[in-house]
Design a protein around this ligand. Structure first.
Ligand code: OOG
Ligand code: MG
Length: 257
């Protein structure tokens, strides 16, 4: 039997992102399963590397109930981050470059030396050099932001852009810090880092394990996004977005008008 056309699907999703044009869901019609979907994601990454982008990290998706419920998919997933996706803290994004952008508050880790896949992280503060508040801007390439599990994996877990706030040394506890997402000075979402798999440190274990299954090893110096603590909120033209994480501070982003 001939499997799904991994290269063709990656091209379709890559073009949808490049032209900010939604495409239809494709997993059901192409017979894409989870393994083939990660192969599409790798082909999409290759397409970015071929045009000079650098792989700078890994992001987790659907590590909180709030996110799983919002998109109707209940499996933890992971995707790739490149240098071009990073927006400086306080920077402005061109809303016209996205299809239907949403923002969500996250916690970022700056990775240090990590154990091999399959080995537990002994000391978290040795595996992680620093922690920061972050904003992820997600933009599903699928019409109506609607997808199945293999669809969203193939689409690099809706990754589009991200902002990292100031790095701090790893605090004593990360498992119950208050999280706020503010839009134009108004609170749009409230949560806790406890929503992220009970403790965002667990997201790193999951990232090492799940990416390891596909032969991807996390690297020293990479950024790691642990997944949103709350549901995502549509990013409107002219919006000023602030993510606040207790003890860690804030990350901010503006949308062009
Ligand atoms: C999938 C990406 C999920 C998160 O933090 O949970 C994600 C989506 O919601 O489109 O990035
Ligand atoms: Mg996210």
């Amino acid at each position: 039997m001939i499997g799904p056309d991994v290269a063709g699907i990656a091209e379709r999703l890559g073009l949808a992102a490049d032209t900010a044009t939604a495409t239809g869901q494709l997993a059901a019609e192409t017979g894409l399963d989870v393994d083939a979907a990660y192969a599409v994601q790798t082909a999409l990454l290759r397409r970015r590397l071929d045009r000079g982008e650098r792989l700078v990290g890994l992001k987790m998706g659907l590590t909180s109930r709030a996110k799983m419920a919002q998109v109707g998919v209940d499996e933890v997933i992971w995707g790739r981050l490149t240098d071009v996706m990073r927006v400086p803290d306080g920077g402005t994004v061109d809303v016209g470059a996205y299809i239907h952008p949403r923002v969500e508050p996250e916690v970022a880790f700056l990775l240090d030396r990590l154990p091999a896949p399959g080995e537990p992280i002994g000391d978290f503060s040795e595996a992680v050099r620093a922690v920061a508040p972050a904003i992820e801007l997600i933009d599903s390439r699928y019409a109506d932001f609607t997808f199945s599990l293999p669809d969203v994996i193939a689409d690099n877990t809706s990754a589009a852009s991200f902002v990292i706030g100031p790095w701090s040394p790893v605090p004593d506890g990360l498992e119950n810090l208050g999280v706020l997402l503010e839009i134009d000075g108004r609170v749009a979402q409230v949560g806790s880092t406890a929503a992220i798999l009970g403790d965002p440190r667990r997201a790193l274990d999951e990232g090492i394990r799940l990416a390891g299954r596909h032969g991807v090893r996390l690297r020293e110096g990479w950024v790691f996004l642990a997944g949103a603590a709350t549901a995502a909120v549509p990013l409107r033209p002219g919006a000023h977005v602030r993510a606040v994480v207790e003890k860690l501070g804030t990350a901010t982003l503006r949308a062009s008008s």
